[in-house]
Design a protein around this ligand. Structure first.
Ligand code: GAP
Length: 452
């Protein structure tokens, strides 16, 4: 089941501490959101799942965590200074500003006037001053995509790890875009996170690797609980391709507001390493790159058989963390009609993504023995390292179940008077709502099974 509207998700996210409007108490800023106590856990779990599948479970990918502030030359060479623009129009009547490609019938969405200016390119990158003098002479860009520092670190990584192609470099981190019309909650925002892999391959094997990564990435989204029927892959039209791409497949998801891009998988050819390399003439670069007079480093690799060097091609699966989180929340959101006529909201998240892995609830908040036993159980489960376990010693049991259903906690463990006699606890399963008695000695094993 999915949410019937974005409003349902927005409301749950605020009510249960997943996501808040940023700068809320001062009226907020459009396109910026803060992740609350539940949101930060869910987001970390999603990023961890991606990292695990890319870096830990494979033997051909290394990780990186590079700086956000980027030297202008990096984004000149990458083509972003020239081409990372949206076409903007101004409404001459109400003075509002819009993205030309998002208008219907060339009409101002605000006042319905058709008296608009011609489109002008507007660069989406944020700038900030570096150093104490803000006179424009020394500035940096806030990176608009995380991958450029993967390319600039290519030689550092091959030198320090002895990697040879095919191999990849993975990075998760913030990216910034001055979106003109941020909208649809966390779908299109100005500050977001990306999970990007740059997978370097021999030219000629690129089409095969591209196909490979499209399949892998769809499988991965499914393993995070996104249903196949809501995922679609589309080949991006040639005329719509980014300046660096030979071919891009977009993984689209049926978001509550419509079918839109969740992840893009691009064949970036030798464009990026070719643009950032020193001595471009020494290589047979196939893409059209900007002349580079600044780079200090050659970014080619050896072809040992032919004793030549070449610039690898790169396949890039680039996923948005925030869009992924929105898709996962939407998939997990379930409204159930209960036999007693009530309804319950439950987030049927995959347990490895759940913000809280288990809630330990002492039935009597003022009984020292019960509370002490609950604390012992909480600490033991916490030490198993599966994620956050919470001691829930406020509110009544019904309210606790309701809250934990809504935040997607897989199990609630109640410690009661019987526990003091026979050392067993009641475990309630989120999805089935079944309750069973489990002995304390078997609890660790019982709990761990949820995550395998
Ligand atoms: N390095 C390639 C790249 O950045 P992109 O298609 O512009 O490609 C990749 O972005 C992914 O980043 C998108 O599929 C989307 O999930 C996410 N993304 C891009 N812009 C975003 C925005 N304004 N808000 C939230 N997520 C965004």
């Amino acid at each position: 089941m999915t949410a019937s509207s974005m409003e349902e998700l927005v409301s749950l996210c605020k009510r249960r501490g997943f996501i808040f409007q940023s700068n809320d108490i001062y009226g907020g800023i459009k396109g910026l959101y803060d992740y609350g106590p539940m949101g930060v856990e869910l987001k970390n779990n999603l990023k961890q799942a991606w990292w695990k599948s890319m870096v830990y479970e494979r033997d051909d990918i290394e990780g990186l965590d590079a700086s956000i502030l980027s030297a202008p030359v990096v984004l000149q060479q990458s083509g972003h200074e020239d081409t990372f623009t949206d076409p903007l129009v101004d409404c001459k009547n109400c003075k509002s500003r819009w993205r030309a490609d998002q208008l219907s019938n060339n009409t101002c969405p605000e006042c319905k006037s058709e008296d608009l200016t011609d489109p002008r390119p507007f660069n989406l990158m944020f700038k900030t001053a570096i150093g104490p003098v803000d006179d424009g002479s020394s500035f940096a860009y806030l990176r608009p995509e995380t991958c450029q520092q993967i390319f600039t670190n290519f030689k550092n990584i091959t030198d320090s790890t002895s990697r040879v192609v095919p191999f990849g470099i993975a990075q998760i981190g913030k990216a910034f875009r001055n979106e003109i019309t941020p909208r649809n909650f966390i779908f299109r925002v100005r500050e977001f996170e990306q999970m990007e892999l740059e997978f370097f391959v021999k030219p000629g094997s690129d089409d095969e690797w591209h196909q490979y990564w499209v399949e892998k990435r769809i499988e991965w989204w499914e393993s995070q609980g996104v249903s196949k029927k809501n995922l679609h892959s589309i080949d991006v039209e040639k005329s719509e391709l980014s300046h660096y791409s030979k071919a891009t497949v977009d993984i689209m998801y049926e978001f509550p507001h419509g079918k839109e891009e969740l992840e893009g998988i691009a064949n970036r050819t030798d464009f990026d390493l070719g643009s950032h390399t020193k001595n471009q003439k020494d290589f047979d670069i196939t893409s059209v790159v900007k002349k580079n007079e600044h780079s200090t480093t050659k970014l080619g690799v050896q072809n040992l058989e032919e004793k030549t060097s070449y610039i690898p091609y790169v396949i890039e699966p680039s996923a948005g963390v925030d869009r992924g989180l929105l898709a996962i929340l939407n998939e997990a959101y379930t409204l159930e009609n209960l036999e007693n006529g009530n309804t319950r909201t439950v987030l049927k998240l995959k347990p490895h993504l759940s913000p809280i892995k288990a809630a330990v609830i002492p039935l009597k908040k003022n009984n020292e023995q019960i509370v002490a036993k609950a604390k012992v159980i909480k600490n033991e489960l916490q030490n198993l390292g599966m994620g956050r376990v919470i001691l829930e010693n406020s509110g009544n049991i019904g309210k606790n179940y309701r809250r934990h259903d809504e935040i997607g906690t897989p199990i609630c463990i109640t410690v009661d008077f019987e526990t003091l006699d026979d050392d067993s606890v009641t475990v309630r399963d989120r999805d089935s709502m079944n309750q069973e008695r489990v002995s304390s000695t078997e609890l660790n094993q019982f709990y761990q099974k949820y995550f395998h």
